[in-house]
Design a protein. Sequence first.
Length: 324
Amino acid sequence: MIRIEAIIDGSPYIISAFCGNITKSDNIDSLGVQLSFDYLNNKVIDKNSVWIDLSLGNTIFMYDNDELIFQGSIQKATRNGLSYYQYDVFDSAWYLNKQEARIQFSGVDVKTAIETLCKQEYIPCEVACDIPTKVTKIYNGDTISKIIDDLLKQATAETGKRYRREYNNSKLYINAFDNLKMIWESEPLVSDFSQDFNCDGMANKVVILSGNEKNTTVVATKQDDESIKKYGMYVHYEKIDDKKKAQADNIATKKLKELSTPKKTIKCTLWGDNYVRAGRILKFNQPNIGMVGEYLVVSCEHSYDGMKHTMDCELKLSEEINNE
């Protein structure tokens, strides 16, 4: 049973009876989790009952029976008529997406850079793998999450290894994709599902450029002839710093591998499990709908309606992630 509590002036209030359309969502491209719910406050009409006023900044806890599954603060409120409100609540990662920082790195590896940034900004952090790519760069006024994403992007461009960052239990956690194996133990049951195939964003020829804005030179080119024959030519240009020219060929190879096939999007509705969120891996064995193997959860929205708990997931075949 879902229970929602609000902390107001230091005192807890159970508000579950006044809440509806409860959803909890996240996606793999952004840090943090968002809780949204409708809220009935009828004190304008019914002055004989006790109604709890919610405000921006109030702390909200969400429990499934006695298990805490979300904690955050109200960041957005919308009123619809006399009695109906809608609230958006974000966990602590919201501040990483909003808070700006200034920091300079001079030839340190990415793991050290992230740990230094988090220490400077008083963010609990664990980087659970080595990220040896060296970085020399000044960040001036970028958000913390944007700085971290840029550092990891540089590492991926150089090595081809992908990384996942997740904010959980008030701690930032970063690890390589191939070190993570978080598989849902239950067999997921699909109700609604859809699959979409799209050439938008693909590229089967990659051209790497180096130099300044006025004078650039081509330092590497890679193409997939079979893909070009099948889909036509799609060219992707990418610019790198002169100091990375030695890695240009490797960068082109990795980028071509990532982009040379059409994108496949899978969406489905499953019975809910609080364990599942973006970044988890689900196993399917349903050949009748073409879903067999391990799939990465790209985004997930949980919906709670009384005793009914479902989740809408966007998935990507795990093999495709490994090839990116």
